[in-house]
Design a protein around this ligand. Structure first.
Ligand code: HEM
Length: 498
């Protein structure tokens, strides 16, 4: 592995660690490996060793409360409550294992990632994202990651800081005291502007709005599409839903291709991510010259991937943070005091980040309770052994940030919002995969440093001016889609602070 790769892969879940002390990152340590505990229950069948779990195939539980196809969180909660940190069930012919143990997650993501590929739902996103970073596996993924890595390098993303603050400052000017806003929609609008600027260095023009509209059409159809057993083969069928999908994807492609063409024609580094992706080459690979660069098709896949991965996640994280701050006035007051002391009324800038520690802890605690990426999965490409278990090729293994990060064992009194859980000394006592909003290992979120920087800068810029109070008479629920969204608007009333 080359050193650049290692530097980005090992990003710890903390802004300060990412930006300040690149060579002093959290090391994988003994405490992270699975414990050789004697209390694992093993059931031997057909030469394999499974943990206990559901006795019948999943669809037989259709009438049970924990089985709601649109909400796997209920199922996962049921499994953990009844079978503990690892359990097994079958869906059709597939073996599925749910894991809620930091050591076993470490085993999959860090110790033997070569034995796994992404699970099926993620792979099927190829119908939209092609062979981008999220959907590809194996050598294709390694090559793309090597080429894309420099675009997310610390020095490079630091240039985006002032743009992020400018966007947030413009938004905070638009709000009026006492006039209700939907903070979920506002945060989407803001992070969309940030990611568009970052990738294309363009203002939020008609094009970017068009991308967003088409993406929304596709997202609405998405659950339907990935549920179809042969969606890839059926994409050309004249079914209205599929025709809408094709049309939206075509319009999306034409905007992205035009952006690529314009960038190529200008031939200058505009300081944006697309320029960087166009000029990056795979130094480690076997190909040379232009073959070591990304083709237009690869650029299209990567641009769309980063676009999609890069705004909804951060928007959701910020939305939940505002909600939690509104419900926890003590933490909110402490964050305001920090922002006022550090910034003394001026706009935040990158150099302030190391001093906005409490704001960072607030953001971290919010992503503990409401992790935007709320579950992850892998599929075994061969027979695998983890802990005392042995699973056949093709087994799906799932784990959930939402479930783990709300476990009493890792986070006592788990539903209490308490940013102090992320004070350095408290954090140091936990295993790595007790908290993993950005995943881990060779597929760890490439945008993690970007997301911490954006989250903290946007929070500080807006909180400098406004307190957001939840409008009365709302019931806010969870919508666990690709990301963990609120199930409707979140109406808040801005109150002027200064
Ligand atoms: C709070 C914000 C974010 C969260 C919680 C988040 C979470 C994650 C997680 C958990 C993964 C790993 C998925 C897996 O291994 O199955 C991931 C991958 C990825 N993320 Fe993020 N992400 C965030 C922001 C961003 C941003 C801002 C960008 C880009 C600008 C981005 C781009 C990506 C990409 C390209 C991947 C695929 C990486 C690979 O497989 O090599 N993410 N993200």
């Amino acid at each position: 592995m080359n050193s650049r790769f290692v530097a980005l892969e090992n990003q710890a879940s903390s802004m300060a660690t990412v930006l300040q002390a690149p060579d002093d990152r959290e090391k994988e340590s003994e405490k992270d490996a699975p414990s050789p505990a004697g209390d694992w229950i093993v059931e031997e069948r057909g030469g394999y060793r499974y943990p206990p779990g559901l006795k019948m195939n999943l669809p037989f539980y259709l009438v049970r409360k924990f089985f709601k196809p649109g909400n796997p969180i209920l199922l996962f909660e049921h499994l953990v409550a009844n079978y503990g940190r690892i359990s097994h069930y079958k869906l059709g012919a597939s073996h599925i294992v749910f894991i809620n143990d930091p050591g076993l997650i470490w085993e999959i993501l860090i110790n033997q990632p070569q034995n796994f590929i992404k699970e099926r739902t993620q792979r099927r996103m190829k119908i939209l994202l092609g062979e981008g970073l999220i959907t590809s596996d194996g050598e294709v993924h390694r090559r793309q990651r090597r080429i894309a890595a420099p675009a997310f390098h610390r020095q490079r993303i630091q240039n985006y800081g002032s743009m992020m603050v400018d966007r947030a400052a413009a938004m905070r000017e638009e709000w009026k005291p006492g006039i209700e806003i939907d903070i979920a929609a506002e945060m989407m609008r803001l992070t969309l502007q940030v990611v568009a600027r970052t990738i294309f260095n363009t203002d939020v023009t008609r094009d970017v709005q068009a991308i967003n509209d088409e993406v929304n059409v596709i997202m609405d159809l998405y659950n339907f599409l990935i549920a179809l057993p042969k969606a890839e083969a059926m994409l050309h069928w004249p079914i209205p839903g599929l025709m809408r999908f094709r049309k939206a994807r075509k319009r999306l492609d034409s905007v992205v291709h035009r952006m690529i063409e314009q960038h190529r024609k200008d031939g200058v580094d505009r300081g944006d991510l697309l320029s960087m992706l166009i000029s990056s080459r795979d130094e480690e690979g076997e190909q040379e010259g232009d073959a070591a660069k990304m083709s237009d098709e690869q650029l299209r896949d990567e641009v769309l991937t980063i676009f999609l991965a890069g705004y909804e996640t951060v928007a959701n994280a910020l939305t939940w943070t505002w909600l939690l701050l509104g419900q926890n006035p003590e933490a909110e007051a402490r964050m305001h005091a920090e922002i006022d002391t550090v910034l003394e009324g001026r706009s935040p800038q990158l150099d302030d980040l190391p001093n906005l520690k409490y704001t960072e802890m607030v953001f971290a605690e919010s992503m503990r309770l409401y992790p935007p990426a709320w579950a992850m999965g892998r599929q075994a490409t061969r027979d695998i052994e983890i802990g005392p278990y042995k699973f056949p090729t093709g087994t799906y293994l799932f784990f959930s940030q939402y479930i783990m990060q709300r476990s009493e064992e890792q986070f006592p009194d788990p539903l209490r919002f308490d940013p102090e859980r992320f004070a350095p000394e408290v954090k140091a006592g936990r295993p790595k995969f007790a908290y993993f909003p950005f995943g881990g290992g060779n597929r760890q979120c490439i945008g993690e440093a970007f997301a911490w920087m954006e989250g903290i800068l946007l929070l500080a810029t807006i909180a400098q001016r406004w307190k957001l109070r939840l409008a009365p008479g709302q019931r806010i629920g969870l919508a666990p889609k690709i990301t963990l969204r609120p199930d409707g608007p979140i109406r808040v009333v801005p109150e002027l602070r200064r």
